[in-house]
Design a protein around this ligand. Structure first.
Ligand SMILES: C[S@@+](CC[C@H](N)C(=O)[O-])C[C@H]1O[C@@H](n2cnc3c(N)ncnc32)[C@H](O)[C@@H]1O
Length: 282
């Protein structure tokens, strides 16, 4: 389990990997395809489409289907932000800590999106600036209490927070927690929380849960050794890693093993993948 990766900042990690490994594997959306359709998992060229469907699932769960002012928090290279504009007509401001990802997001098409280099824990926006906020697979990088507090300030009362993320469970051991932190949360200062912690931190910061999807079974079912090691992923990841090799941070075998362990954790009940919607009751 001890695959070494040195501690680094989130900015450095995402700066390094952009336009290489992540973009080759995930397209413009940097999160897994949490949809119950095998083609998105077993055909590596479709991972990208599955990732997009996964975002659509959250956007629809949150009822964000009528144009409004949305903050996309931890926006990667703008895939979700563009989807919010193009498919749903929203007015989007997107923030990220990675300057290179913002540069790449703009290269891929601005679409009227306002990009800001900003830490999600200290938002430089006035109170009630947004109708809603979307955090797609990013909250494990930050102090949730600070994030939810800032979001309840910049999103208007009655506004919506749409969250998608990994969460730990009562079964997650310290060793597994440390592994998750090392492999998926490179800055290591905050990170993975349990569903219970998410719920209590949301409540503490004036967010009331209004919808919830547990997608763990999808990860458990499809993130298997077969899907990872025995199909085109090998060739696909090889290409991606050759590209990524330029930045020299992670190897093909590390990524395959990380994915295999993550699938196992879903099956063992030590990791969950959830989408959650909360309303600002401030
Ligand atoms: C797994 S990626 C998800 C990107 C995007 N939401 C998507 O789904 O395509 C996590 C993102 O969170 C950003 N991030 C991490 N910590 C952050 C922080 N403190 N403030 C703003 N963005 C942050 C990273 O730079 C990265 O873009």
């Amino acid at each position: 389990m001890g695959i070494g990766r040195s501690k680094q900042t989130t900015r450095h990690y995402y700066n390094q990997s952009t336009q290489s490994f992540f973009e080759t594997v995930f397209g413009d959306q940097i999160h897994p395809p949490m949809v119950d359709q095998p083609e998105y998992w077993f055909d590596p060229n479709k991972w990208k489409d599955g990732a997009r469907l996964s975002s659509k699932q959250l956007i629809e769960l949150a009822g964000l289907t009528v144009p409004q002012k949305i903050l996309d928090v931890g926006c990667g290279i703008g895939g979700v932000a563009r989807q919010l504009v193009i498919e749903f007509g929203h007015q989007v401001t997107a923030i990220n800590k990675s300057d290179l990802q913002i540069k790449r997001a703009i290269e891929l098409g601005n679409n009227g999106i306002q990009y800001c280099l900003m830490d999600a824990q200290v938002l430089a926006f006035a109170d009630n600036t947004f109708d809603s906020a979307v955090c797609m697979n990013m909250s494990y990088h930050v102090d949730r209490k600070k994030l939810f507090k800032e979001l309840s300030r910049v999103v208007r009362p009655g506004g919506i927070l749409a969250l998608d993320d990994w969460v730990t469970t009562d079964l997650t051991t310290t060793e597994i927690y440390n592994w998750l932190m090392t492999q998926w949360c490179p800055d290591g200062s905050y990170g993975f929380g349990s569903l219970k912690q998410y719920r209590s931190d949301l409540k503490l910061n004036q967010w009331r849960e209004v919808a919830f999807l547990d997608l763990t079974n999808i990860g458990a079912k499809y993130l298997t050794n077969e899907s990872i090691f025995q199909n085109a992923y090998n060739a696909f990841f090889n290409n991606a890693v050759n590209e990524f090799g330029k930045y020299g941070d992670i190897t093909l075998s590390e990524m395959l093993i990380n994915l295999a362990i993550t699938g196992l954790l879903y099956r063992e009940g030590m990791l969950k993948y959830i989408q959650m919607v909360a309303k600002n009751v401030a």
